[in-house]
Design a binder for this molecule. Sequence first.
Ligand code: GDP
Ligand code: MG
Length: 447
Amino acid sequence: NLTDRLGRVVKTIRGQARLTESNTAEMLREIRLALLEADVALPVIKDLLANIKEKALGEDVITSLTPGQALVGIVKDELANIMRGGNSAFDTAGQLNLATQPPAVILMAGLQGAGKTTTVAKLAKWLIRTQKKKVLTVSVDVYRPAAIEQLKTVTAQAGAEWFASDISQKPIDIANAAIDWAKKHYFDVLLIDTAGRLGIDEAMMTEIAGLHKALKPIETLFVVDAMLGQDAVNTAKAFHATLPLTGVVLTKLDGDSRGGAALSVRHITGVPLKFVGVSEKIDGLDPFDADRMAGRILGMGDILAIVEEAQKNVDLKEAEKLVAKIKKGGFDLSDFRNQITQMRNMGGLSSLMDKLPAQMAQAAAKTDMNAAEKNIKRMQGIIDSMTPLERAKPELLKASRKRRIAAGAGVQVQEVNRLLNQFEQMQTMMKQFSGGKMARMMGQMAA
Ligand code: GDP
Ligand code: MG
């Protein structure tokens, strides 16, 4: 990947006092190959390399004690710049323009399976949670009643409201009915989910262009699967030629994709990236962050994402309560189980692994993550097989009780013993920490 390649170049350069025309040329060749591998489109690479070259030969790098690192920094900045569109207008992540007479209409466009319906629900939740908006959703997919039902389900999960489409009507009429309803009931935002096709198709384009013309949405978001790589760019281009997009949502970034599509889509269409989809779950949507995406493309991993994830899932109040309990010496197996559960709530260990920097992930890959998750489930199973009294007073657990618990959890008695050992270790460790340190440590543990 890009980081491996850069790493090699950096090593070569490190031995040399300065960047020269010739080692710069070698480095640019490597970067070019790496970007191609990351699915970045050719014209983007050309521009990128020109900028990198200019900066690399500049004073800052040449006089730097670590030209290799300075270089990586430049590459990262340039990647981020491209995704920002070279200006700061969209510097702030996740800008949705809602400044209009309510309801602010947001039209979703994209191929089938891109993640439109899922993204509508995620956006609804985001708008409710962070912008305190009243949100209505509607589907104009009159061809697939199942798609309308799907939207109904996910809208309920988001805590938003759903407008029932009358599928005997035309998409534009359905949308207008939803707008009327939204006006009458004081909704701030109306999200319109549309029908997708498997590929670019004349009928679909005509329909969505017609919807756009009639509804004049303040935002027209193009939803695209990051795994499509180069194809994502072609699709985005085709859509943008037919209807003026105001933003792109790049979905399924939790997959293998390195995010090269983000670079190309932004550079080639000029449409800003506004959000990224990072899981199937309803809160798996993040405002787009150019620096973070540049890091990801570089393979530096996404430390920030992990920290945020940890903050989202670890309930600080709970942590403080726990600290108080520990101080009184009351940390028992029920608390231990909560602790384990919090770790699992982080979206599973393996999903966290995706966000680690490449080297760390490689080391971690040697430990079998599936096995680790299974282990956590088994530990929960063991604790679940205990009575509340046993959880509160583990010292009660003598041989016969252990046998009963093992049988209940479907494990060997040794595993019950192992769990009790782990619990004791944790208890001892926890007693050694004071309050503030403790809460912080728990945050780290969960991460
Ligand atoms: P639509 O046809 O464009 O409406 O696509 P859907 O919203 O029905 O999504 C298609 C599939 O992609 C579903 O299985 C979603 O759960 C999944 N999906 C959507 N967004 C993401 C994402 O960001 N990450 C992952 N892992 N899956 C996603
Ligand atoms: Mg759909």
